[in-house]
Write a protein of this length. Structure first.
Lengths: 342, 67
């Protein structure tokens, strides 16, 4: 198999496009795909500050690297989940990557900020780890972005993530979730814009990129991911993809195209209005947001079990650690002159 | 040939070579779309041939959990 650009021996096949590339031209192709998605959906505009959610896994590390190479002002946000050795090694991989490239990194340690880590939060609320983890990550990401003056939050969601979520939602006809799936979620009051620049690249393509660029990333999986339904959906889609290259992309893209029309016709107008959470002031559809409710619930049980002193009240504001340097205060957006050089 | 599987737990298998990558994956029951196959720093395509004395890695690209 030969490179579609230069004819040298190919290293990576992109079967859905019927092409293959040598290492050099693969990297070029990959970065171009990301750049095109960003431009096509106006994900990041010139001069905007980007907060990249970095778990330490291949997708977020690849995303941060590409954004850096494309010249965007991208700061990493790592949320320390407190899931034993897995989380410790995730932080190590993230910090190593940031230090090697002199990229600014913000770390929120859940246990330090809120006294409980994800396993305890799940146990105390009797909910699945992924459910309380996902909710907590989304809240912290948004709050850090809003309070630190970032314009956009970028996440490493890939084609397989998006297609498998879509498949799951379709299988259960979760129509409310179905209309919320897109590569760009626009900003609203106290809600930062959220984008997924890798949404049209497969996990396999992203892995090939991290390997060819020799990026340090965490290959190990979170122990709670085992047996997740999303894995079953991904496997099913990969079987289809092997037999019919392009299936995942067509499935997602055609869906997004159709839903766009529906949204324009006014389904979005029916969207429930957002109010400020009584506890933390951030947007919610109810009185108290899901984040505050979940953590208040966990605190009640933690106090009953004597793990948290009775007088302590849950405080939703996260505590941030900045690498390399410590900034003062928070809420104000720094003037360009004060921004870190690298 | 020695095959090191990282899916993501590490596991080692011995297969007879030479064989194409496509045949190796078939024998292992691995879906090609979910993995990258590498020989040292070199990434292999399905048509590449693996010699009997080679060591290759089959690295899983699939990650799970809600994100
Ligand atoms: S697999 Fe679940 S618990 Fe683990 S990091 Fe992902 S969402 Fe959190
Ligand atoms: Zn080439
Ligand atoms: Zn709240």
């Amino acid at each position: 198999m030969r490179c579609a650009v230069c004819g040298r021996k190919a290293a990576v096949e992109v079967r859905r496009q019927g092409r293959a590339f040598c290492p050099e031209h693969y990297l070029e192709w990959f970065e171009h795909q990301v750049e095109r998605a960003i431009r096509r959906h106006r994900m990041i505009e010139k001069g905007e500050r980007v907060l990249v959610a970095v778990s330490g896994g291949k997708d977020s590390i690849a995303l941060w690297e590409v954004l850096r190479r494309l010249g965007f002002d991208a700061t990493g946000l790592h949320i320390q989940l407190g899931i034993d050795d897995y989380s410790r090694r995730a932080l190590e991989a993230t910090r190593r990557f940031a230090e090697e490239r002199k990229l600014p990194l913000i770390v929120v340690d859940l246990k330090e900020a809120y006294r409980l880590a994800i396993p305890e939060l799940a146990e105390l609320t009797r909910r699945r780890a992924c459910s309380v983890c996902g909710l907590t990550k989304r809240y912290v990401m948004n709050r850090v972005a809003v309070e630190e003056g970032f314009d956009v939050v970028a996440t490493g969601h890939n084609l397989d993530d998006e297609a498998s979520v879509l498949l799951g939602n379709v299988l259960h006809w979760q129509t409310d979730a179905l209309v919320r799936q897109g590569p760009v979620l626009p900003a609203k009051e106290k809600l930062a814009k959220r984008v997924k620049p890798l949404y049209l690249l497969t996990e396999r393509e992203i892995l090939a990129y991290t390997l060819l660029r020799q990026l340090p990333y965490q290959h190990e999986e979170c122990p709670f991911a085992l047996g997740a339904k999303s894995l079953l959906y991904k496997e099913a889609l990969n079987k289809l993809e092997t037999a019919m290259p392009g299936t995942k992309q067509t499935f997602l893209e055609q869906y997004l195209k159709k839903i766009e029309l529906v949204l324009q016709r006014g389904l979005s107008a029916e969207e429930v209005e957002l109010k400020a959470c009584e506890r933390c002031g951030y947007p919610t559809t109810g009185e108290v947001c899901a984040f505050c409710r979940t953590w208040d619930h966990a605190y009640r049980w933690a106090k009953r079990k004597g793990r948290i002193p009775g007088e302590v009240r849950f405080e939703a504001k996260p505590r941030l650690a900045f690498y390399p340097e410590k900034k003062e205060g928070g809420a104000a957006r720094p003037a360009p002159a004060e921004e870190p050089a690298g | 040939m020695r095959v090191v599987l990282r899916t993501p737990e590490k596991e080692e298998r011995e297969l007879k070579g030479p064989k194409k990558v496509r045949e190796v994956l078939e024998e292992l029951g691995v879906v090609p779309e979910g993995v990258i196959v590498a020989r040292g720093d070199e990434l292999l395509t399905l048509d590449d041939e693996v010699a009997d004395g080679d060591t290759i890695e089959v690295i899983s690209a699939v990650s799970g959990g809600a994100r």
